[in-house]
Design a protein around this ligand. Structure first.
Ligand code: NDP
Ligand code: 2IT
Length: 446
């Protein structure tokens, strides 16, 4: 390893003990851009990356609430305000028992590059709580959201920090959070994105991450005069991102073979069609049942405690959570002829898995590029809120498509190798970095 990189990473390790996910995300970026930074004195001498890895601010707070039995529950709330060089802090909220500072710092760090790649004026943030919405009544979720916002409201605002959804935070939670914010500050504004269409939300925001992912895959395949039509696709997850990625795959003529949840995955060799996907949406969004029920209903295989990467496919879309695809999975995917892995989730592939893809020179699209459609349409929701106007479904979808196309172009700028292989990881990292770094340089030592 290059000496400068080793020194940088040693420093980060000693400053952030007990934060493995954050260290992983930083190491991934630093490893792929150190040579570039070394070749550009304006970045090298100004310690831009050293500044970027330090959040501008982190807020940690107590979230007490009363459950349906009248018992007091206590959770921990967080907001990591990572970088505001190119716009107000922007990024989702995650409610999941695994949430801690390390997870949120990694997500906020990724968001810097992702938001920059969209071309929209958004800085980076991430927040959430170790609250587990599973098994809670609507009333309990509302109580929790109200208590969470009762502290968070003083740190966010339409021009300072604009949260949105992520794992465990969807339309219902954004509604409760928005209601409480409005009640406390007495102002109806665009402080959150992912709002309902009737109260300031944007068309296509629920679909945006999944649709954007497939638009990005299309751009990738176009470089080889190919398309997603007729391809076999394996998907992990069955939440927001997975559902709409599957929907767009089906619409574009691909065959979706798998979906999963935290308990296991289903494998439907006949393909998950539109009607079957509708069943999954009902199951996951309304009755909150396990994906296993799909296997019983449609008579297909279910693999308890496993992930779908052993199923032969052309395209693999990890859309559930971080580190869900390791080097062994990657090797098997490559061996079985997979040509493209595109991340709908944030950091779902381990560094060793990514190394396998890059070595085999198959297409690998990192989340910060491939799943940027969600935050991009959040950015469009902010624009619509500022204008007190809303665009049609077709208008937003067209803008999403062109943003994904532009992100692809930005990746090409720094990612094209002499033999023609496109290293999307390097392309996304350098392109995302340059815009934020230049803004930081222009704004002095901040
Ligand atoms: P949802 O909560 O809607 O769905 C999450 C899905 O992943 C569920 O199927 C869930 O299973 C599964 N899952 C969650 N945690 C784990 C785990 N530890 N192990 C195995 N499976 C797990 O979240 P989203 O679809 O919104 O988010 C999925 C990924 O996409 C995350 O990485 C998120 O950061 C990323 N992302 C989301 C965006 C958005 O706009 N929502 C934008 C960009 C990225 P179960 O139902 O059993 O919990
Ligand atoms: O990871 C992500 O980009 C998101 N969860 C979406 C963030 C947003 O502000 O829409």
């Amino acid at each position: 390893m290059n000496e400068v990189l080793a020194h940088f990473l040693n420093n980060i390790h000693s400053k952030n003990p007990g934060e493995p996910e954050f260290l992983q995300a930083v190491a991934e970026v630093a490893t792929s851009i150190t040579t570039f930074i070394q070749s550009e004195p304006r970045y090298k001498n100004t310690k831009i990356l050293e500044r970027m890895v330090e959040p501008e601010r982190v807020v940690i707070f107590r979230v007490p609430w009363l459950d349906d039995k009248g018992e007091i529950q206590v959770n921990r709330g967080f907001r990591v305000q990572m970088n505001s060089a190119i716009g107000p802090y922007k990024g989702g909220l995650r409610f999941h028992p695994s949430v801690n500072l390390s997870v949120l710092k990694f997500l906020a760090f990724e968001q810097i590059f992702k938001n920059s790649l969209t071309g929209l004026p958004m800085g980076a943030g991430k927040g959430g709580s170790d609250f587990n919405p599973k098994g809670k009544s609507d009333n309990e979720v509302m109580k929790f959201c109200q208590s969470f916002m009762t502290e968070l409201y003083r740190h966010v605002g339409e021009d300072t920090d604009i949260p949105a959804g992520d794992i465990g935070v969807g339309n219902r939670e954004i509604g409760f959070l928005f209601g409480q914010y409005k009640r406390i500050v007495g102002s109806f504004n665009g402080v959150l994105t992912g709002k309902g269409n009737e109260w300031g939300g944007s068309q296509i925001r629920p679909e945006a991450t999944g649709y954007g992912l497939i638009y990005f895959v299309d751009e990738i395949l176009k470089t080889k005069n190919d398309s997603i039509k007729g391809k076999n696709v394996t998907i992990s997850g069955s939440g927001n991102v997975a559902q709409f990625a599957a929907e767009k795959c089906i619409e574009n003529g691909a065959k979706v073979l798998t979906m999963s949840d935290s308990h296991g995955f289903i494998y439907d060799p006949a393909g998950i069609d539109k009607e079957k996907l509708e069943y999954i949406k009902q199951l996951k969004n309304k009755t909150h049942g396990p994906i296993k029920e799909y296997a019983a209903k449609f008579q297909c295989a279910y693999f308890e405690g496993e992930r779908p990467w052993k199923i032969k496919c052309d395209i693999a879309l990890p859309n559930a959570t971080q580190n869900e695809l390791d080097a062994k999975d990657a090797a098997l995917l490559v061996e079985q002829g997979c040509i493209c892995v595109a991340e709908g989730a944030n950091m779902p592939c381990t560094p060793d898995a990514v190394a396998v893809f890059l070595k085999a020179k198959i297409f690998y699209a990192p989340g910060k590029a491939a799943n940027a459609g969600g935050v991009a349409v959040s950015g469009l929701e902010m624009s619509q809120n500022s204008q007190r106007y809303s665009w049609t479904r077709t208008e937003v979808d067209q803008k999403l498509k062109s943003i994904m196309r532009e992100i692809h172009q930005r990746c090409l700028q720094y990612g094209k190798e002499p033999d023609g292989y496109i290293n999307y990881e390097r392309g996304a990292n350098i392109s995302g970095f340059v815009k934020v770094a230049d803004a930081m340089l222009a704004q002095g030592v901040v």
